[in-house]
Design a protein around this ligand. Structure first.
Ligand code: ATP
Ligand code: MG
Length: 570
């Protein structure tokens, strides 16, 4: 079916240089603009779930093209199905598109606003002999439809007179016919090789209120009968959609050919985004939420935009990722490491560095006077002075990371061990003189001495101290809950071969720690992003964090597997 097989969706950042090589959609738009055409696109979500990173690709494409070509982009809710749609989803979609950084201004539309017009057009189609009311049962209709190998058969109701069709359609509208008892179908061609052209349903009875039209209707247009016309009503020039609609294009074009509408949108299909170690389908995401595998749509492990936002993914990074992935005609799977790479890249440039200890081990500086304290100046970014700095308090009792100490130091161990000396970041040099254990043999605390001459962390006599540890002052530290998130699935393609999604859930996708932070983080705003030195990037949880009880979500680790892949390939 596909005209041009393009390279797979998996790209390296080389396509960043994409300025000179336009993707195939931008090429088409460029040509149309050269011929004097205007550009009007739309992002058309169905409000039956929360947006995910796949939708971001479509948003970035549609709003991006409008921006680049001086056109407009509408936000249109394709709300034709009252059984699955809710206001909650409409609100969340708007919030997410705005958060990604796009503004649709006044151009907010709903397919449900076109129900009247679509109804008139349906009546028109009946009058023109191009649509009929069919009373085959669902099973019969499926049987009559044939399949890929077998042509369909015409419904016995196909030859009804216009008058009879009009009367029956009116009875459908008035609610006199039951759900499934009658359907308005287009009269096209039951022999057509493209199954979508075998007299597809246009309007069906659904006796349910709609979130916007209430009880006005008990018949609703199908998506197929709605989408192309909605585009036409809005004067959309380039109707960009994913590949599964390629086979629907002849039907949309057929509808448009029958109707005299002011505009003729051109549909262009592109490959949907798939990302490894995750699922991008509202149906599957709903299952994860309903079965309680995650803590709601905005669980920071979810690929939903609200989940990624709560996790701390910056919208700029998501946009960059979508641009890098680019637009292709054939489906591929993008390595999730590429997304994480974009997040790290952005945070590396924007997140202030601070100190937090996630698995605290107490250190007592035995030669530091009790009751005293002092402060050290610590820059928020080691290379970039424009970030400024803050003062971190230092006192006799500190916490370091338990993992930064070994009672028996392995070879090449540069961090703390009995008798060894390390640098405390921005503070001083300390030497471990004693290991204090509890009755259970667990290390309770370390006794160390410091070198007062090493204030600021410098070696006073040039002696070599290789290891540096982060730390916080015990008396000043702010206890915080830190949620260490990892990938939700532990297989690259969790739905391979129709596999049960839950079988590949990563049991270690969330680990909760009680950490200790430097006091400057006491006032960290919800949603603010930080690098905890040596540990990763963390974001203040927007749902549960409180000043007296901070909660941090790990956004990404510092380890960049994508950069490693890139280095290997270069
Ligand atoms: P899902 O399969 O997750 O339920 P959908 O396609 O049914 O998604 P819609 O609300 O109909 O969701 O999608 C709105 C727009 O976003 C459509 O134009 C659709 O093609 C596009 N879109 C959805 N998923 C992706 C994806 N993974 N990659 C790119 N575009 C997508
Ligand atoms: Mg859809």
């Amino acid at each position: 079916m596909q005209q041009s097989k393009r390279e797979s969706d998996v790209r390296t950042t080389e396509s960043d240089a994409g300025a000179e090589s336009l993707d195939f959609i931008r090429q088409i738009v460029t040509d149309d603009v050269a011929r004097g055409a205007k550009v009007a696109t739309r992002f058309p979500p169905e409000p039956n779930g929360y947006l995910h990173i796949g939708h971001a690709k479509s948003i970035v494409l549609n709003f991006g093209i409008a921006e680049e070509f001086g056109g407009t982009c509408n936000l249109r809710f394709d709300d034709t199905n009252p059984t699955t749609e809710e206001v909650e989803y409409v609100d969340s979609i708007k919030e997410d598109v705005r958060w990604l950084g796009y503004d649709w201004g006044e151009r907010e539309y709903f397919a449900s606003d076109y129900f009247d017009k679509l109804h008139e057009l349906a009546v028109q189609m009946i009058r023109d002999g191009k649509a009929y009311v069919c009373e085959l049962s669902k099973e019969e209709a499926a049987e009559f439809k044939g399949d890929y190998y077998r042509p369909g058969r015409e419904s016995p109701y196909r030859a009804r007179s216009v008058e009879e069709n009009l009367a029956l359609f009116e009875r459908m509208r008035r609610g006199e016919l039951d759900e499934g008892a009658a359907v308005l179908r287009a009269k096209i061609d039951m022999q057509a090789p493209n199954m979508n052209l075998r007299d597809p349903p246009m309007v069906r009875v659904i006796k349910r209120p709609h979130h916007r039209t209430g009880d006005t209707w008990c018949i609703y247009p199908t998506y197929d009968w709605t989408h192309g016309q909605s585009d036409a009503f809005e004067g959309i020039t380039h109707s960009l959609c994913t590949l599964e609609f390629e086979d629907h294009r002849p039907l949309y074009d057929w509808f448009l050919d029958q109707l005299a509408l002011p505009a003729r949108p051109r549909q262009i299909e592109f490959a949907r985004l798939n990302v490894s170690y995750t699922v991008l389908s509202k149906r599957r995401l709903i299952t994860l939420v309903r079965e309680g595998h995650v803590d709601g749509w905005d669980d920071p492990r979810m690929p939903t935009l609200c989940g990624l936002r709560r996790r701390g993914y910056p919208p700029e990074a998501i946009r960059k990722f979508c641009e890098r992935v680019g637009i292709a005609k054939s489906e591929g799977v993008v390595d999730v490491a590429l997304l994480e790479h974009a997040v790290r890249e952005h945070l590396n440039e924007t997140a202030p560095r601070v100190m937090a200890v996630l698995d605290p081990l107490k250190v007592v500086i035995t030669n530091y006077p009790e009751g005293e304290e002092e402060e050290f100046e610590a820059p928020y970014h080691p290379q970039d002075p424009s970030y400024g700095s803050r003062k971190v308090p230092f006192s006799r009792e500190l916490y370091i990371e338990r993992d930064d100490f070994r009672e028996v130091a392995p070879r090449k161990w540069h961090r703390l061990s009995p008798g060894a000396e390390v640098r405390l970041r921005y503070a001083c040099l300390i030497r471990c003189v004693d290991v204090i254990k509890g009755d259970d043999g667990e290390i309770k605390e370390l006794h160390c001495t410091w070198d007062p001459e090493s204030r600021g962390g410098k070696s006073p006599d040039g002696r070599r101290v290789r290891g540096t540890s982060h730390w916080v002052s015990a008396n000043h530290a702010v206890p915080a809950t830190v949620r260490l998130y990892d990938r939700l699935f532990n297989t690259p393609n969790p739905t391979a071969g129709g596999a049960d999604l839950t079988a590949s859930l990563n049991p270690d996708s969330l680990e909760v720690r009680q950490g200790m932070m430097e006091p400057s983080l006491r006032s960290a705003a919800p949603g603010s992003r930080w690098q905890f030195e040596r540990l990763g990037y963390f974001t203040v949880d927007s749902a549960n964090s409180r000043p007296d009880k901070p909660v941090f979500n790990r956004t990404v680790t510092l380890r960049d597997s994508w950069a490693r892949i890139e280095r290997r390939n270069s």
